[in-house]
Ligand binder design. Structure first.
Ligand code: SAM
Ligand code: SF4
Length: 325
């Protein structure tokens, strides 16, 4: 059987599966006007998601992240989690969420088989959080984070988009992780088709964070096998970690280990690639599994060496809710 590798010797054991394009938040850099319905919301069913992940697992997949849009906007998210968690070979099942209903749902998701959780929290200042997301719900989201920590997930991480507006918050996040075993990862703001103006005004190099970390006694830690793109820092007096995801840094794509499938079943070889390869027609029955495997393997040959964000080219990606960030 073939394996998940490309012409540059990169191996892909990590799949980010979008389960919806719908979102209830209005993050300034993603969906500033909120989700606008475009066509039918015919996102992958539980069965289709199960078949898709089983096929990737046959090819050596070890880790799946459910994302969106906001995955918890799906009423059947618990069933998707349970189905994907039960696929033999899937060792880690993660979810990225804005956390709006985490306090209520964390227990059910854990019971269904979710092992890792990423919660997006761009600022610990309630006013800034509201301005960036369109929702005065910081307390609600943080209550969810603490609930998740009590439930013994293998890892709970926070995502914060690094922007001029959020750079004042480093110290607050350092305080937040003093007692909590949580990794906060700042993601450099990425240019998408829709956010050119905001990008020009708000993009900040991750060097600003690195300088702050070094000046405040934080040291880079060794990377693990499937850590993904973050460089994390630790500090002797803090239980948690602070980290940086810097897609504009040289060599960022060299260690790419992930593939994406959109909520409508298209394989995206890069977050900022074009179009996508249709897989959905082969997700309708188990009998066509060999054809599905062959299409996935053939497609990987077309994966480019890297994104073209440096040339200000975000490919077909209008916003990350469309592809699954
Ligand atoms: N709705 C969920 C959430 O916000 O966690 C999952 C989907 S969201 C697209 C996934 C991640 O992408 C979030 O952490 C979000 O902050 C990040 N993101 C979205 N647009 C971005 C951009 N233009 N640059 C950097 N990160 C972005
Ligand atoms: Fe929704 Fe996540 Fe995009 Fe914010 S980043 S608008 S929560 S999909």
């Amino acid at each position: 059987m073939g394996s998940l590798s490309d012409g540059f010797g990169r191996r892909f054991h990590y799949l980010r599966l979008s389960v919806t394009e719908v979102c209830n938040f209005r993050c300034t850099y993603c969906l500033p006007d909120g989700y606008r319905k475009a066509g039918p919301q015919d996102f992958l069913s539980v069965d289709e998601a199960g078949r898709l992940v089983s096929a990737f697992a046959d090819l050596g997949l070890k880790k799946v992240r459910l994302t969106g849009g906001e995955p918890s906007a799906r009423k059947d998210l618990d069933a998707i989690i349970a189905r994907v968690a039960a696929v033999p070979g899937v060792e880690k099942l993660a979810l990225t969420t804005n956390g709006w209903n985490l306090a209520d749902k964390a227990e059910a998701w854990r019971a269904a088989g979710l092992s890792h959780l990423n919660v997006s929290v761009d600022s610990l200042d309630p006013g800034t959080f509201e301005r960036l997301t369109g929702h005065a719900r910081l307390d609600q989201v943080l209550a969810g984070v603490d609930r998740a920590l009590d439930l013994g997930f293998q890892a709970v991480k926070l995502n914060a988009v690094l922007m001029r507006d959020t750079a004042e918050g480093f110290a607050a996040f350092a305080d937040f992780v003093r007692e909590r075993p949580v990794a906060v990862r700042f993601i450099e703001l990425m240019r998408t088709g829709d956010n050119a103006e905001l990008f020009r005004a708000q993009h900040l190099s991750g060097l600003v964070l690195k300088d702050w970390l070094t000046a405040n006694g934080w040291r880079p830690r060794e990377r693990g096998f499937d850590d993904g793109p973050a460089i994390e820092y630790e500090h002797p007096r803090h239980a948690g970690r602070l980290g940086l995801i810097a897609p504009y840094a040289p060599g960022f794509c060299d260690s790419c280990n992930r593939l994406r499938v959109t909520a409508r079943g298209k394989l995206r070889l890069c977050l900022f690639g074009d179009g996508g390869i249709e897989l959905r027609d082969l997700l309708q029955s188990d009998t066509v599994r060999p054809a599905l495997l062959a299409r996935i393997i053939d497609s990987l040959g077309a994966k480019a060496a890297g994104h073209r964000l440096h040339e200000n080219d975000p490919g077909a990606t209008r916003h990350l809710a469309q592809v699954g960030g």
